[in-house]
Design a protein. Structure first.
Length: 348
């Protein structure tokens, strides 16, 4: 493969299946600049659903730059990683979370011991959806109180990405000893440990066997979540619920929506302006009923939840129309008892 490979947009991969026919699988791409690309490959490589991670240069004015040019000349390029991922297995929001946890987003002069504009941090979006999600995640980090200085990480539109020299690719595998010494000596490792080690361990939400799901759910809940059914409007459990709390998947318990984002839509179903935990929501095209709609499903449980429309209140303009039968409501007072104590501070 040539070193000056340019990567953009979606990636189409053909794999052979047992029938001998080529099966087309469409993956997506994400690009992140987080200082030295050696230290950015490893974290993304470990994410389930990531297909490939390539180190390279982007954002500059020189085609096919060399490492020496990027480091010594004013090419305008950033060291970055180009991530190919399967959106059916990992969300863009999860990749954003991985990115933030590898950098010091308050440093506008480089990253740790690496100084210079080529080491600046940036989320480089490939489409409008990625831009919106990137802006949202940045605002969330800014309001978290985790950093006492402004977030300097830029959100930039994607341009040509040039693959770096081969010796930079998978550097952490080829030179594990030097990679570890570099990561420790640069100050990156100690900084990340100090900033993120107090994070609660992520919960694992797994879908039970179908037999267990049938035993736990009512006929209506099973029909909605497993068979893409729809409940009747105005006669379901949560359409008029005004209590404070969160709504979780009835099958797995993964958090989905919040009472703070609930509004009266007049449709007779619970309606929300946005998800509570973005990474737990999957959107798919639904071509039933002689039209094209956007279906909403839970990521871990693959439960059918409802649909999302673009006729919601401003400024977001979205309406997540959700079946009560796919949800379980957790009142604010029960967060700790039910295992959702980490969200209590959001309702103070």
């Amino acid at each position: 493969m040539f070193r000056n490979m340019i990567l953009t947009g979606a990636v189409v991969v053909f794999s052979m299946v047992s029938s001998g026919m080529a099966k087309e699988t469409r993956y997506r791409t994400a690009t992140f600049a987080g200082g030295c690309f050696w230290c950015m490959e490893h974290p993304f490589d470990e994410v389930d659903g990531v297909i490939n991670v390539v180190s390279g240069y982007t954002g500059g004015k020189t085609d096919n730059p060399t490492y020496e040019q990027v480091c010594s000349l004013d090419t305008g390029h950033l060291e970055a990683v180009h991530v190919t991922y399967d959106p059916e297995k990992v969300s863009y929001e999860t990749l954003l979370d991985v990115f933030w946890r590898q950098i010091d987003p308050t440093d506008d002069g480089g990253q740790f011991a690496d100084r210079g504009s080529q080491y600046a941090t940036a989320i480089i979006y490939h489409d409008e959806d990625q831009r919106v999600l990137a802006e949202r995640s940045k605002k969330k980090l800014e309001s978290s109180g985790r950093f006492d200085r402004p977030i300097e990480t830029k959100i930039l539109q994607a341009s040509k990405f040039f693959k770096a020299e081969e010796y930079h690719q998978d550097y952490y595998k080829k030179n594990p000893g030097h990679y570890q010494r570099y990561k420790t000596g640069s100050g990156r490792q100690s900084f990340l440990k100090m900033v993120w080690d107090d994070e609660p361990e992520r919960k694992v939400y797994e879908k039970p066997d179908d037999k267990i799901i049938k035993e736990r759910l009512t006929d209506l809940q099973y029909s909605v979540t497993q068979k893409n059914g729809t409940e009747r409007p105005f006669s379901n459990k949560y359409w008029d619920n005004k209590k404070e709390g969160i709504y979780v998947d009835i099958v797995t318990g993964e958090p989905l929506f919040s009472s703070k984002d609930k509004f009266v839509s007049g449709t007779g179903w619970p309606s929300f302006i946005k998800p509570f935990v973005n990474e737990n929501i999957v959107e798919k095209k639904d071509k039933t009923l002689f039209s094209v709609r956007t279906e909403v499903r839970s990521r871990h449980g693959d439960s059918h939840l409802g649909h999302v429309f673009d006729d919601g209140p401003k400024p977001l303009g979205m309406r997540y129309c959700i079946n009560s039968a796919s949800l379980r409501f957790i009142p604010e007072k029960d967060f700790k008892k039910e295992g959702y104590g980490e969200y209590a501070k959001l309702f103070e």
